[in-house]
Structure formats: C-alpha cells, structure tokens
Design a binder for this molecule. Structure first.
Ligand SMILES: [Mn+2]
Length: 262
C-alpha cells in the first residue's frame, strides 16, 4: 500500500496512464492525490476526469484554477469560450456527475505526512489558519455555487485582511490557493510574473517567506510549470509541465521516491 502525490495532469490522459503503469498503481490499496488542474489544454480532459472519478474511493484532487474555470463555464454557459475539451465534457452524458464530484473537491488536503494544495499556502497564515480558511471557502463554493463563482474572477484584493467583506475574503482565498506564485514583502499577491524567477526585487516566491523549521510537515503543490519539479527542504513543487511537453511527476509519500513520465 502506498500514497502518491501527482502533479498537474491538465488533460494529459496518455501521460497519466503511463504514470499509472510506472508506479504500478494498485486500486485495491494504493491512493493517488492530485494537485489540481486535472483538466484543460492536454486534449483528453474528459478521459482524465472519468478515470479519476471512477476511482474516487482511492483518488482525490484539490481544485486548481483550470478546474475552477471548467466549473465556472459549466454554471455560466454564456461564458463558454471555444474550448473543444470543455465542450466535450459539457456534452457528455455523465457531465453532471463528473462536475458535481469535481465541485466537491477540496482546496487543500491535510494528510498526516503532507499538506497538499494547488498553488500554495499564503505565507502570512499559519497552516491551521490556511486549513480553516480553505475549508470555509470550499463550503461557500459548494453551498452557494453560482453566487460565489460569479464573483470569482479578479486579481483583488492583493492582500488578506479579516476586515474585508466576505466575497473579497473568499476571492483572496481562492486566488492564493489556486493562482499564487510571487508575493511581495508586504504580503501582496502578484499575478503577472509567471516564470521561475522575477526581476522585480520586491517579489519572492510565496514559499520563500515560510520559516521551514516551523512547518510541521512538507507542502506539495503544482501550478508553477516554469518552476518545474522542485524540492527544497519541505517545499515540493510537482508541476513539471506535462502539458507543455515536459514530464508528469509523482512522489511516493512513504519514501519520497520520484516517478516521472515524459
Ligand atoms: Mn494552475
């Protein structure tokens, strides 16, 4: 029995099947934890969703920004753009089942030996605060889906404050959990820089603000394909750019063994 954390699949079903073979996935006892962005751009998003959905007893995902984009367009058909992969999902007879399951996926998964989230943990929060806030945001998303999804898009507020109104706090939590890369020294999120490093001296990767010696467990995240597969202390970035011709990465939690397929 083994637990694996898997980076951004983004509709790359063939890569997922190759990885499954490589880790010798046994659905009777192994568990797979996906770091979000199961869908979009890889061309086989429906197949990926169906595969994970059918194995939900031992597969779980956190929500990524592309998963939320899919849900947004499901609930607001007028916002659907030309996206053949999403169109195939909306046209599928099992669309409602698949997307209801996806909607109920969490923003964070707290395992005994690892914390999983799509983009990261806002470094001005403790892990306990992060978990409490992400759970609160998930509840809003599942209970008042259209009300909240409608207001999801936007780059503000840049910084979290308990005094912000409910929708602003919710959007900040969604943005930090699913889109964050660089943060400035005052705690403002930046959404422009997408490379591994930034020329702006005030911007640092969110994880560089963490005091790793105080972290109770390693953090695993995806989303940052330009950073690639990156491990530094308790920080584990697993989006190795499968959809951009890179690799799909899995880490076995028990022994930190790394598995990759091109
Ligand atoms: Mn992402």
């Amino acid at each position: 029995m083994a637990d694996y954390v898997i980076g951004d699949v983004q509709g790359c079903y063939d890569a997922l099947m190759a990885l499954r073979k490589k880790i010798n996935f046994n659905p009777d006892c192994d568990r797979l934890y996906f770091l979000g962005d199961l869908v979009n751009r890889g061309g086989q998003s429906l197949a990926v969703l169906r595969w994970v959905y059918a194995r939900q007893a031992n597969c779980q995902t956190v929500l990524g920004n592309h998963d939320l984009s899919l849900l947004y367009r499901y609930y607001f058909p007028l916002k659907r753009q030309k996206n053949a992969e999403f169109a195939a999902i909306f046209a599928a007879t099992d669309c409602d089942l698949l997307l209801s399951w996806l909607l109920h996926s969490p923003l964070a998964i707290d395992l005994p030996n690892a914390l999983l989230t799509h983009a990261g943990v806002y470094p001005w929060w403790s892990l306990a605060e992060f978990l409490q806030k992400s759970l609160w945001a998930s509840k809003k998303l599942t209970r008042k889906t259209e009300k909240y999804l409608k207001k999801m898009y936007g780059d503000t507020p840049k910084r979290y404050d308990d005094g912000l109104d409910k929708m602003a706090r919710w959007r900040f939590i969604i943005n930090s959990c699913t889109r964050m890369r660089f943060v400035d020294a005052e705690g403002n999120l930046d959404f422009k820089e997408k490379m591994a490093t930034s020329d702006k001296p005030n911007l640092k990767p969110w994880f560089s603000y963490l005091n790793q010696s105080e972290l109770p467990k390693p953090i695993f995240f995806g989303h940052w394909s330009t950073l690639g597969f990156y491990q530094q202390g308790k920080i584990n970035a697993l989006d190795s750019g499968c959809v951009w011709g890179g690799a799909l990465t899995a880490v076995r939690l028990d022994d930190q063994a790394v598995f990759q397929v091109q």
